[in-house]
Design a protein around this ligand. Structure first.
Ligand code: DGL
Length: 273
């Protein structure tokens, strides 16, 4: 290996949109030396109400293409809507380690005192068998109030890209958690979509005294574990990179935003046939 090369553990983060950057943040805190690649499927965003088969096929072809284009140490599917349905197929077809992000139902059930837990996620994630199994296996002692909404990810995506946020629309979405009888409200709500940490301040205001739980920190620890034995990648220069599919609107705003995450430019990603 040439002297001028540097060796890195390169992790590819994948999401339909920019929500997975919340996971990237959490993973970097625990794994500060990784090189991060971030791929988002702007062309098909949002995934929230798309069919399971569509998501499995789409994510599989994107990630298989990514593996042909790049040397990677690991992949994080930083999307609950995709992870809750596509992980088995991805792990069959892709031979590098894949970490999925799924709703933090187990920790939420442990943390809840009144054993009423809210689950806020996309309609896809809410309806998955995977999610139902998580509830049965880890939260059978809790009442689960499920709110499936396709628009909250869109609201969060817009906020992150333009700074504009529709607080009234968010209030309407979380109304099912605001029972007039306070004893019937959840004391803990799972943020089951990686976009939602980007509206966490607003959710905190709208849901006072409610603990909001996401999967970020657990994923950071999982990645640490996985990359311990993953292969090093030799490269000329350590450089984080971000890729998008389709045509990006507000490209200047998007560029300003991704720069706050340490990326230099936005690169278009083409699927391989
Ligand atoms: N960020 C994705 C998730 O964690 C979904 C957003 C969407 O495409 O609807 O579920």
């Amino acid at each position: 290996m040439s002297e001028s090369k540097v060796k890195v553990k390169r992790v590819l983060f994948f999401d339909s949109g920019v929500g997975g950057l919340s996971v990237l943040n959490a993973v970097r805190q625990i794994n500060p030396s990784i090189e991060s690649y971030y791929l988002f499927d702007n062309e098909c965003f949002p995934y929230g109400d798309k069919s399971e088969q569509f998501i499995v096929d789409r994510v599989d072809s994107l990630l298989e293409s990514a593996c042909h284009k790049f040397d990677l140490s690991a992949i994080v599917v930083a999307c609950n809507t995709a992870s809750t349905v596509a992980l088995p197929e991805l792990r069959d077809n892709i031979k590098i380690p894949i970490v999925g992000v799924v709703p933090a139902i187990k920790p939420a059930a442990k943390l809840s005192k009144n054993k009423i837990v809210g689950l806020l996620a996309t309609p896809g994630t809410i309806s998955r068998k995977y999610t139902q199994d998580l509830i049965e296996n880890f939260a059978s002692d809790c009442q689960i109030i499920k709110v499936g909404n396709a628009n909250l990810a869109v609201i969060a995506e817009k906020r992150l890209s333009t700074g504009i946020v529709d607080t009234k629309a968010i209030l309407k979405i979380v109304e099912p958690f605001l029972n007039k009888d306070e004893t019937k409200r959840p004391d803990t709500v799972v943020l089951g979509c990686t976009h939602y940490p980007f509206v966490k301040d607003i959710l905190t205001n709208l849901l006072p005294n409610v603990r909001l739980v996401d999967s970020g920190e657990a994923i950071g620890r999982r990645v640490k574990d996985v990359i311990k034995d993953a292969s090093f990648i030799y490269t000329n220069e350590k450089q984080d990179r971000v890729f998008y599919t389709g045509n990006l609107k507000n490209i200047d705003d998007r560029l300003t935003m991704v720069r706050t995450f340490g990326f230099r430019q936005l690169e278009k990603f083409e699927l391989l046939n």
